[in-house]
Design a protein around this ligand. Structure first.
Ligand code: PGA
Length: 254
């Protein structure tokens, strides 16, 4: 069975280490009892290591929210490499989140970061998504170019380790998620572009997540009707009871 991948992007939250450890503990405990869900939490850098614990299971993983384009070490003040993240138990790295793109991260940097993450032996969760939609559908062209350029540096041998997160920017931090039918359509479009780049076999196997205002109430339908391979969750992922509810609800989706 293909497990659904549920990724919690904590962003710059919470403020205290104590709170971070409590949230992580609750989520880890809940994830252990699930059957069809793999959980990933992505705390801010200083909280990653304290949120790891002995005996990482196949159902619970730690991720990071970014990594350097430089793969291991060197004179790069302020940077954190994917090799260092792997060293402390990280398995996934979010790359190219729209909040980083808004602060100047280009497609070319996204692609180089994703390559570094893959070379370190980790899986990048590469975020893509249009900032707005128009009747004429020109956003599809924009999305296509963004995906192509964000994957430009990645050798085909890594195709099966890439996860794409489709996050329409207008649905992030919003009141409502995108409509389920539109999520289905867009995720197919993302898979099609992926298969144009890496071939049909890789396209069929490609994992596409949806992100943008997901909560415990809408998550099961997004999975069932939107037919995505998982979710990238922001606000609801630092609300432990809500996130635990979400994981359990998605676990029940056939
Ligand atoms: P949100 O954030 O769930 O709070 O909308 C999603 C994201 O930015 O990944």
């Amino acid at each position: 069975m293909n497990k659904k991948l549920i990724v919690g992007n904590w962003k710059m939250n919470p403020v205290t280490l104590d709170e971070a450890k409590k949230i992580a503990r609750k989520i880890k405990r809940a994830s252990a009892g699930l059957v069809s869900v793999e959980t990933v939490i992505c705390p801010p850098f200083p909280f990653i290591y304290p949120c790891t614990s002995k005996g990482e299971s196949a159902l619970f993983h730690i991720g990071a929210q970014s990594a350097s384009v430089e793969i291991d070490r060197g004179p790069f003040t302020g940077e954190v490499s994917a090799t260092m993240l792997k060293e402390i138990g990280v398995s996934y790295v979010i790359v190219g989140h729209s909040e980083q793109r808004a602060r100047g991260e280009s497609d070319s940097i996204v692609s180089k970061k994703a390559k570094a993450v893959l070379e370190a032996g980790l899986s990048p969760i590469i975020c893509v998504g249009e900032t707005s939609r128009d009747e004429a559908g020109t956003y599809l062209e924009t999305l296509k170019n963004q995906i192509k350029q964000s994957l430009a540096d990645i050798p085909p041998k890594f195709a099966s380790n890439i996860i794409l997160a489709y996050e329409p920017v207008w649905a992030i931090g919003a009141q409502e998620a995108m409509k389920n039918e539109d999520i289905y359509e867009s995720s197919l479009f993302v898979k099609k572009i992926f298969s144009d780049i890496f071939g049909p076999e890789a396209g069929v196997k490609a994992k596409v997540l949806y992100g943008g205002s997901v909560n415990y109430r809408n998550a099961p339908d997004i999975i069932a009707i939107g037919k995505v391979d998982g979710l990238l969750v922001g606000r609801e992922s630092v609300n432990a009871p809500g996130f635990v509810e979400l994981l359990k609800a998605v676990d029940l989706v056939k």
